[in-house]
Design a protein around this ligand. Sequence first.
Ligand code: ATP
Ligand code: MG
Length: 400
Amino acid sequence: MRILIAEDDPVSRRLLESYLGKWGYSVAAAGDGAEAWRLFEAGSFTMVITDWMMPELDGPGLICRIRASHRPGYVYTVVLTARSRKEDLVEGLEAGADDFLTKPFDRDELRARLRAGERILRLEHQLREAQAARLQAEQLAGLGRLAAGVAHEINNPIAFVTNNLAVLRRDVGSALTVLARYESGREALARSDPSLVAEIERLEDEADLAYFRENYERIFERTAEGLQRIRRIVQDLRDFARLDEAESKEVDLNAAVRSAIAALGHELNARSIRAEATPGEIPPVVCHPAKINQVFYNVLHNAIQATDPGGSIEVRTRAEGQGAGTVVVEIEDHGVGIAPEHLAHVFEPFFTTRPVGSGTGLGLSVAYGILRDHGGTIEAESTVGRGSVFRIRIPACGGD
Ligand SMILES: Nc1ncnc2c1ncn2[C@@H]1O[C@H](COP(=O)(O)OP(=O)(O)OP(=O)(O)O)[C@@H](O)[C@H]1O
Ligand SMILES: [Mg+2]
């Protein structure tokens, strides 16, 4: 547990640092409120002990800022002060403090109060994990239902549009043959009914018949290709949701990676981003196929969002460990990268740097939870301006 101390009196500060250090806490100390705020913003503290009166930014002011920062996870705050009147206590608690200790403080009381704070933080952490697990289950179910619904709704019209197109293609060809036969009699017709021929020629011009005759085969060809593409997307959706498979089974992760890339094909194409898969020789893993697909989808989706148009993303798979006991999947982008102060938080539920309404901050926490359930792990390395690598490890079948 990391604790931040804000105390302008050097003696009290050192005393606090030494006690907390002895009790096994990791401590950072600031000599005033403004410095404490800077440290708080750059680090990840779960507890703050602050003096009341400090230059620049006082204790209640610091706590107000902490509360307004909406960082994921609760920060337990204790105000430490020589002010001991009831009104002071009320004011401190109203500013958002969780506890209040008067100076000179008693060592054992401080320790007991920190322990009480730890209990509250533990409960809050458990609550957030349970909430994330529920949201993860809902997100998975929602995505599966959406994929199933879309695949079903599109499949039917695709079938009859494809049939009708084949019929049209055949019949248009026949109709043009009939038309050509009429044209061969045009001169004879012009002699007997010149006004009818003039009208036919006007209609021909209007319909741009010459263009149609030259291009109709290509138009049908392109339309058939479009339909074929839609059919493939529907198939990808079905593969992605693995609609018929509720249970764990042996899965080839190279195929799962291909399926996730295909499911994001539209977004990759729209932004001209290449996703290059380098499949290694890997044993199958036993997993829930739809869930593992979602892991790759979420991580790849972030990689796409971090990459400029025209860029590329690499996905590599390999076996690792004795008897190739682990399958490693690396998803690397060369995009914006993740700031060091954010890197520690990316797997936390609701952590997002996207504008309000455009990201829930659940993608990576869901991936993390799924991998944990499969006995696997996910880790990230990143350099701002250079890009990020997300490394996923899943135990292989029969591995050790
Ligand atoms: N490849 C990446 N490059 C840069 N930043 C990333 C990358 N992957 C994740 N991040 C950062 O991690 C944050 C959390 O990612 P996560 O997928 O959990 O949520 P989100 O993408 O913000 O929202 P959601 O996935 O729910 O739509 C992102 O907001 C982003 O700041
Ligand atoms: Mg995301």
